[in-house]
Ligand binder design. Structure first.
Ligand code: HAM
Length: 424
């Protein structure tokens, strides 16, 4: 084979693809419940959109974007995240003028040219939600609530929600000065990246994984002492309402985010199964982004989760559920007459919308059962000439291995009725 996948890119097949589909279905269900509507935004945008939104000095913009000049000499980039594109679309489609609050969700591939490792890819998938046009702390809480319910629905437990208040851009300016003053005498001990961060984006120094930098960061001044009353009030209301909603969280005053657009509330959901790259998802408020794109001064809040990382954390129970397609059937036949009858049943059931398949190779029972297993159908209908003589079929439940002899017509009618009830 002359071609292979690019490093950090994946083919998603079989059970993984099914798990992705199940996670996406859970997202659609829960986001719909919270009033978010789907938005599909382009994979390619002007590079300047991301530079403006995420911040010139962020790692994503400095080192990780897939960018190039297109045929019309425009500098473009594959989207490294979804928020910037959603804000552009919100303004370009005049949502800011036509509807006060706009709530969108999106899902699809994102691209970051990072060093690949477990849970870190160059093409990965995000599911995200954004609420634009709201300053209310309750919108922050609703967003987190939506995320938590989605995780539950997707079969994920054992995660932790961490919360911090990043304040406004003005408050952070004062904090930056304090950090520079603190780190300056220790410059020689910092790692190369952090010496660079000291100049360009000193707050990111608090996020370094290097042990010496971490040790110094632990004693660094806290942003809390630079916050105004208004920022504190907003954050306190978020914390109170989270308690009312019964959502557990841990305050993490050292949590800073890798993207510059955040203001006030930021949150991260981590999971111990993920190892070094432990963030399942993250988000927060970004009150200045719409305005910085030439729009009105309105607040916004959102989050995104990494689907590959979610798929790694699905609980054993949920994974076991996935082994079978609950409403799928497989027809196994013994003998020529049964084969023809089986094919007729297959066609009729499909006409009624029942998910059913069959092996046409005419091989042994054992080989057909292997096919049934591979199809992940929960139920197998076994038809032999004898059964047909008696108007019966054997139904095997693949989950527990039990078998039942059923009257054929009655059983088929029950499958059709079941399907009809589902679609009503
Ligand atoms: P982010 O923290 O950069 O935030 O990414 C969100 C999630 O995407 C991460 O927690 C992680 O699960 C996943 N992710 C990021 N990079 C990779 C990678 N290289 N490989 C695999 N998974 C990855 C954002 O993107 C913001 N747009 C979130 C947001 C929405 N904030 C407000 N609204």
């Amino acid at each position: 084979m002359p071609f292979g996948r690019l490093r950090g890119f994946q083919d998603i097949t079989g059970l993984s693809a099914a798990r992705f589909t199940a996670i996406e279905a859970a997202a659609r269900e829960v986001f719909g419940l919270f009033g978010f509507e789907e938005i599909r935004i382009p994979l390619l945008e002007e590079k300047a959109l991301f530079t403006r939104a995420l911040g010139e000095e962020t790692d994503v913009v400095q080192k990780e974007m897939y960018e190039f000049e297109d045929r019309s000499k425009t500098r473009v980039a594959l989207r490294p995240e979804g928020t910037a594109g959603v804000v552009r679309a919100y303004l370009e489609n005049s949502f800011d003028k036509n509807q006060g609050l706009s709530k969108f969700y999106y899902m699809g591939p994102m691209f970051r040219s990072e060093r690949p490792q477990a849970g870190r890819l160059r093409q990965f998938h995000q599911i995200g939600a954004e609420a634009l046009g709201t300053d209310s702390p309750y919108a922050d809480v609703e967003t987190i609530q939506c995320l938590v319910l989605f995780l539950k629905r997707a079969g994920i437990s054992g995660y932790e929600v961490k919360l911090n208040n990043l304040g406004t851009f003005e408050e952070r300016a004062g904090f930056r000065e304090a950090l520079r003053a603190y780190f300056k005498p220790h410059l020689g001990k910092l790692c190369g990246d952090c010496r660079n961060r000291f100049e360009k984006n000193v707050i990111r120094l608090l996020d370094c994984k290097n042990e010496t930098c971490r040790e110094l960061a632990r004693k660094a001044p806290l942003l809390a002492s630079h916050l105004t009353e208004e920022s504190e009030r907003h954050f306190n209301e978020v914390c109170e309402a989270l308690k009312v909603a019964g959502i557990k969280y841990r305050l993490d005053p050292t949590m800073v985010r890798g993207l510059d657009y955040y203001t006030k509330t930021v949150f991260e959901v981590s999971h111990p199964k993920l190892g070094a790259q432990d963030a399942l998802g993250a988000g927060g408020r970004y009150d200045r982004l719409v305005e910085s794109f030439g729009g009105p001064n309105v607040g916004a809040v959102g989050f995104a989760v990494g689907v590959e990382r979610l798929a790694m954390c699905v609980t054993e129970e949920a994974a076991a559920e996935e082994k079978f397609l609950e409403d799928a059937y497989f027809i196994v036949t013994l003998g020529e007459r049964a084969f023809k009858e089986g094919f007729k049943i297959l066609s009729e059931l499909r006409n009624h919308g029942v998910k059913v398949s069959m092996d046409f190779s005419g091989k042994s029972l054992k080989s057909q059962m292997r096919g049934a297993d591979k199809s992940k159908s929960r139920y197998v209908l076994i038809l032999g000439d004898n059964e047909l003589e008696n108007g019966t079929c054997t139904v095997k439940d693949m989950r527990d291995g039990t078998q039942q002899l059923r009257l054929l017509d009655g059983y088929l009618a029950s499958l059709v009725a079941q399907q009809r009830n589902k679609t009503c």
